[in-house]
Design a protein around this ligand. Structure first.
Ligand SMILES: Cc1cc2nc3c(=O)[nH]c(=O)nc-3n(C[C@H](O)[C@H](O)[C@H](O)COP(=O)(O)OP(=O)(O)OC[C@H]3O[C@@H](n4cnc5c(N)ncnc54)[C@H](O)[C@@H]3O)c2cc1C
Length: 807
């Protein structure tokens, strides 16, 4: 064999070691063994060994590596890496790493994913969903709430309090329901499918707010006082962070508290004088207790030797003297309670701080820790519930509504919309299931919660837009008969709250992900921050050489993926999902490699290159969304009927991922390197096509045809067939239309004419007279006509009725 072949053999041996992530010492040992064989059986000799030694010795001999490589690298690193602000540091420290860490590893372990338990409801949680949740859904008259009262009716408020809807997160010992995150998510999803006002009213007290903060950080006295009252609904909480000058940049709130002495209930006590101006605060107009975030200063050093204590959270009762509360904003025609809260020089005692004086200045960390949990539940579940409701209603409407003598849902153009609604609803529900189970397992998944918040609210915007288009004028004409228009109008609300979406995609997902989930980056940052230089060098040496091995491994894995197209990657299943596992494995290696290349080349400036960061975040996100979809498909027993939904979601995720990857490489700041990387990672463009017309046709059919797959898709939504329930009427009419069609065809055939599928009641009279159908069949035709006419009807008003309304 020629020298070249032997050199290739040695290099392949080293590449296999990198691929398998062997330790540096083992890799060098295997490389040396390959070289020995090549020396004994081939003609590789002295120079090959010198070359090998030059490469290997600095890496494996600490007395060479540490002074000549690690020490200068640490010095360089300290020079180029920007300091992390304390708010950034706290945001990163707040969360935990879960399945997102596997995605960043370059080789996610699918057995770990499938070993995550399926979300389950206790008997009590199931009974709550079937009982009080259904009941409150049936009590809602959306038109009354949105158009006439601009509020939930008093009996609904009372029912929500009585049945502890505001206490799902409060522990049993304080009288709360103490539901799992998974159960909360199912409740919110069901409410969201019925009324946005209802779901946001229930969602907020169960999300980031006084209840959550008190349970984690409150003093015993605060817990004993507030939690039972919150559980019973005697207290309604809100949480006020946002100020006119500080929205997205919430850490910059100008609101302040000054530590001072003052009079409280006739006594002189140590307290704070608060001045603040908050806006957009959900539930504020009806709140009895305001969770308030402000910056606390102690100029006279009454608490210690620090003057600037930092962001602090306190609970302020609504009747506190000087508190200006009660006015309302009007959020996009979705009139849930939301408004400003203001105060000037309000004096309150220090023990109003959540957790007492000891927690002064710890507010940001408290908020970040709770946000990482809350963001996984409320908004993603609202979005998934809304999408499921749209899938059910739009599928039914498309089958009921006819134009050109056929159901509009049988037209290819409409099928495209229906498929997007159905595929997204399937995937979104999968994501909420997986993410809330993570929370129940004790995770605080800050990166995953940002992914859920951004992607599910964005997907729900796509879904509601498509649903509106399919409904045509029916979706546009507001009135008691419209079940879509308000959800469409209110859509930007969920895009904006809890971290507006542009910021979330461009800064948070990858920004936090790279720091938090990368196996070495945080270790390097921590090592560089160690004051003791020897200790810092030792820690940095471990992190940085682990990092180098990791990067080499991902470079090799990415090349192997390109070379084999992923076909040699293993998959836990051998069916039509196998290819998706193989591709995701490869894209995980690509993500890890590009993260290292970007951070290595752009360093701290990557933070400012938001669009690059966003696209890397997209890679991470789509692997997560796709993982959740695969997990759902497996958890539900790998149902054959669900295949079109699963394939749509997977193909859409992977197609979007590949688009983000190519856009990232096309826009890489060093043009030639972007081209080289594109050639290395995705030389022939998309590996996956968009979902096919045939897949989309199957989903459109599925949405319009009652059956197990359709029921699974709408599982957990309020679809009860009772008078006054628009979703229930849609379901009933869908069944009736499908049952009536053969009767209609039979009559048309007997009469020898192809009629329009309208005026079925009149047709029933003719058919009975001519003895063509039975009485039951005639009843079916009449019922179908009544249902059909109601479903396609829209409302109209006298001019005075409209001008007198709240808008
Ligand atoms: C209906 C509703 C309910 C709310 N409820 C509450 C509540 O209960 N309590 C509370 O404290 N707050 C609440 N908020 C406030 C909400 O959290 C803020 O609206 C949100 O943080 C965005 O702030 P902003 O509206 O001032 O937008 P801005 O901060 O002015 O942002 C405008 C746009 O710029 C983008 N942007 C900003 N910075 C960046 C960046 N670095 N990179 C890229 N894009 C960026 C944002 O994504 C956004 O699209 C609520 C808001 C609404 C609308």
């Amino acid at each position: 064999m020629s020298d070249l072949v032997w050199i290739i053999i040695v290099l392949v041996a080293l590449a296999v070691c990198a691929y398998k992530r062997f330790t540096l010492t083992n890799t060098v040992a295997i490389g040396a063994a390959a070289l020995i064989i090549a020396t004994l059986f081939g003609s590789l000799g002295f120079f090959s060994w010198v070359f090998f030694a030059l490469l290997a010795v600095p890496f494996v001999v600490p007395s060479v590596r540490i002074p000549y490589l690690t020490t200068p690298m640490l010095a360089f690193y300290r020079k180029v890496m920007p300091e992390m602000s304390s708010t950034e540091q706290e945001a990163i420290d707040a969360g935990t790493v879960w399945w997102d860490g596997e995605i960043f590893s370059g080789r996610p372990n699918w057995h770990t994913l499938h070993a995550i338990p399926k979300g389950r409801l206790t008997a009590e949680e199931q009974a709550f969903l079937d009982g009080p949740v259904d009941r409150v859904c049936s009590m809602i008259d959306e038109w009354q709430v949105n158009h006439k009262d601009a509020d939930l009716p008093p009996e609904v408020w009372a029912y929500l309090k009585e049945h502890k809807f505001f206490a799902m997160i409060i522990k049993k010992e304080y009288g709360g329901l103490d539901f799992s995150a998974y159960a909360q998510s199912r409740v919110i999803a069901k409410l969201a499918g019925t009324s946005a006002v209802l779901s946001s009213t229930v969602g907020v007290p169960n999300s980031l707010g006084p209840g959550e903060l008190l349970q984690h950080y409150g003093t015993q006295a605060q817990k004993d006082h507030y939690l039972p009252r919150l559980a019973k609904g005697d207290e309604i909480p809100c949480f006020a962070l946002t100020s006119p000058e500080a929205g997205s940049d919430a850490g910059a709130i100008p609101d302040q508290g000054i530590v001072c002495k003052g009079e409280w209930e006739g006594e002189e006590v140590l307290g704070m004088r608060l001045t603040f101006d908050k806006r957009y605060i959900t539930l504020a107009p009806v709140a009895t207790v305001v969770g308030l975030a402000f910056k606390l200063y102690d100029p006279d050093q009454l608490l210690g030797n620090k003057t600037d204590l930092g962001i602090t959270c306190a609970l302020i009762p609504h009747d506190t003297k000087g508190l200006d509360i009660g006015r309302r904003h009007f959020p996009l025609n979705t009139p849930f309670q939301n408004g400003p809260v203001r105060g000037k020089d309000i004096f309150v005692p220090l023990d109003f701080i959540i957790g007492g004086a000891d927690m002064a200045g710890k507010g940001w960390r408290m908020l970040m820790e709770c946000l990482s949990v809350g963001r996984c539940i409320t908004l993603p579940s609202t979005s998934a519930g809304g999408a499921k409701a749209c899938a059910m209603s739009t599928g039914a409407y498309a089958r009921i509504r006819r134009q050109f003598k056929i159901p509009i849902g049988h037209m290819e153009g409409v099928e495209e919309m229906l498929a997007r609604i159905g595929g997204n609803a399937y995937m979104m529900d999968a994501v909420t299931r997986l993410s809330t189970v993570g929370v129940d397992l004790g995770e605080k998944p800050s990166v995953i919660s940002a992914i859920c918040k951004y992607h599910l609210t964005e997907r729900s915007r796509i879904v509601v837009n498509d649903a509106m288009d399919v409904h045509g004028g029916k979706g546009i004409m507001l009135g008691p008969n419209n079940y879509l228009g308000r959800g469409y109008q209110g859509m930007p609300i969920s895009i904006t709250v809890e971290g507006a979406n542009i910021l979330t995609r461009n800064m948070m997902i990858f920004g936090q992900g790279a720091m938090r989930c990368h196996p070495y980056v945080l270790e390097e940052i921590k090592a560089a921050a160690i004051d003791d230089n020897d200790e810092a060098i030792q820690a940095f040496d471990k992190a940085v050489f682990g990092h180098i091995g990791f990067a080499l491994a991902n470079a090799v894995r990415s090349s192997w993926f390109t070379l084999t197209h992923g076909y040699l990657h293993s998959s836990p299943f051998k069916d039509s999902t196998a290819r998706y596992y193989q591709l995701l494995q490869g894209y995980s290696a690509n993500l890890a490699l590009l993260t290292d290349v970007s951070m290595g080349i752009l360093g701290g400036s990557l933070k400012r290159r938001e669009r690059l960061s966003a696209r890397l975040g997209d890679l991470l996100s789509y692997i997560y969304l796709a993982s959740a979809t695969l997990k759902r498909f497996d958890e539900e027993g790998r149902q054959h009927e669900d295949l079109p939904l699963m394939h749509w979601a997977m193909q859409d995720c992977i197609y979007q991922l590949e688009t983000a990857l190519m856009d990232f490489l096309d826009n890489f700041p060093i043009g030639w390197l972007g081209k080289v990387l594109k050639w290395k990672l995705i030389p022939f463009g998309h590996r996956v096509s968009k979902p096919s017309d045939e897949t989309e046709h199957q989903i459109a059919q599925l949405l319009q045809t009652p059956g197990t797959a359709r029921s699974r898709l709408g599982d957990g939504q309020y679809l009860t067939r009772e008078p006054g329930s628009l979703p229930g009427e849609l379901e009933q009419t869908l069944d009736d239309v499908i049952a009536a069609e053969p009767v209609f065809d039979k009559v048309c055939k007997a009469l020898g004419e192809k009629r329009q599928f309208t005026q079925l009641d009149k047709l029933a009279d003719i058919a009975i007279e001519k003895k063509l159908i039975t009485d039951e069949e005639a009843d079916l035709l009449r019922r179908t006509e009544a249902g059909r006419a109601k479903i396609i009807a829209v409302d109209d008003f006298a001019h005075e009725e409209l001008v007198a309304a709240i808008r």
